[in-house]
Ligand binder design. Structure first.
Ligand code: HEC
Ligand code: HEC
Ligand code: HEC
Ligand code: HEC
Length: 237
């Protein structure tokens, strides 16, 4: 079910076009993919853990914490990592975008940390695979200022060549509404994210790490890899 909350109802009404809004017009346009991947839109792991720790939703946070991705930064501090880095002329793997690109979160897009919300020490957090979450977590108000279409303007506005009436729309995105969450930046299905890091650009890549269903040696096998980190929601009762 699509749920909208019109916070600034008064502001909307005062533009005089309440009828169009009451009909449920969605103001937010589909985000442009580069905006969706904007590192400034990361919110970090602590928000997700508030809701996704509970057993009844599947305890995704605990599963993540016990899994390999939460250790992705720590592993860059091992002697093995330092030796790999030294061979590549990198002094400190825990400070190099060349490693953090895949061993942490925001660097994944840019090789630069551009947000204070993501700490490299947190490793590969939820948003690495599910996308920067600023606009799709519950209670996020997406605010948009748009120009009022000509047909909806008052006669006085139409006659005034200097008038550019603007209106503000508000939408509350909830995670229950998958399509809306996707429009707001949720990457779903998240399987498409894996090979951004699990690829031959990794210095420890082994092209024959897995034997797939067809008996072929591969460096990454989605089925076998995903089983190791699966964190589904419980079936509805
Ligand atoms: C305020 C609580 C809350 C917070 C905070 C929250 N979630 Fe959720 N999330 C939910 C609920 C509730 C659902 C289940 C919706 C349902 O039953 O379909 C959900 C569903 C999901 C789904 C499955 C979506 C689908 O359509 O199947 C993903 C992925 C997800 N959350 C990721 C995240 C990530 C990543 C974060 C942090 C950036 C986060 N959530 C923060 C409450 C929350
Ligand atoms: C293209 C993404 C990518 C880059 C860049 C990258 N890594 Fe990794 N790294 C991975 C992945 C994915 C794994 C998990 C093992 C696998 O499946 O290949 C991993 C695993 C490791 C491991 C564990 C060894 C193992 O075989 O599991 C070490 C150590 C490591 N990386 C060090 C580094 C260092 C040091 C750098 C920088 C010089 C670096 N990595 C850069 C993706 C990357
Ligand atoms: C390594 C990538 C990765 C990381 C990290 C990750 N997820 Fe997921 N997650 C997936 C994939 C893949 C699925 C399967 C469904 C899909 O494709 O979106 C999934 C499924 C889910 C689902 C259930 C959707 C359903 O329909 O059953 C929720 C909820 C979720 N993730 C939340 C989280 C939260 C919260 C975190 C961080 C604590 C997290 N995930 C970390 C890749 C990841
Ligand atoms: C942002 C980069 C990134 C993304 C995206 C990513 N991984 Fe990883 N993954 C890593 C790194 C780095 C490691 C090594 C961490 C460690 O060894 O502790 C790793 C380790 C693993 C491991 C344990 C090592 C192994 O080969 O058994 C599994 C399993 C895994 N990832 C599955 C997945 C799956 C499935 C997806 C997609 C749903 C995914 N990963 C997406 C970076 C990533």
């Amino acid at each position: 079910m699509v749920r909208f909350a019109w916070n600034s109802w008064a502001a909307v009404v005062s533009t005089g076009f309440a009828v169009a809004w009451a009909a449920g017009t969605v103001c937010a346009a589909d985000p442009d993919p580069s905006a969706v991947r904007d590192p400034a839109k990361y919110i970090g792991i602590s928000d997700c853990s508030k809701c996704h720790n509970a057993k009844k939703v599947g305890g995704q946070f605990n599963k993540w914490q016990a899994g390999p991705h939460s250790r992705a930064f720590a592993i860059l501090g091992t002697p093995e990592s330092k030796a790999i880095a030294a061979r590549l002329g990198i002094a400190n793997p825990q400070a190099s975008g060349k490693c953090l690109k895949c061993h942490s979160t925001a660097y994944n897009w840019t090789e630069q940390l551009q947000t204070t919300m993501i700490k490299p020490e947190d490793g590969v957090v939820c948003e690495s695979c599910h996308g920067p979450a600023k606009n799709y977590v519950p209670k996020t108000t997406s605010e948009l200022t748009v120009e009022t279409p000509l047909a909806q303007r008052s006669l006085a506005d139409v006659l005034n060549p200097f008038s550019r009436p603007l209106k503000t729309c508000y939408t509350i995105i909830t995670m229950e509404d998958r399509q809306n969450a996707i429009r707001a930046g949720l990457i779903y299905p998240a399987f498409q994210s894996c090979t951004r890091c699990h690829n031959d650009q990794s210095p420890t890549w082994k092209p024959d790490r897995y034997v797939n269903k067809q008996g072929k040696h591969v460096g990454f096998d989605l089925r076998q890899n995903f089983i190791k980190i699966a964190h589904p929601m419980p079936p509805p009762n």
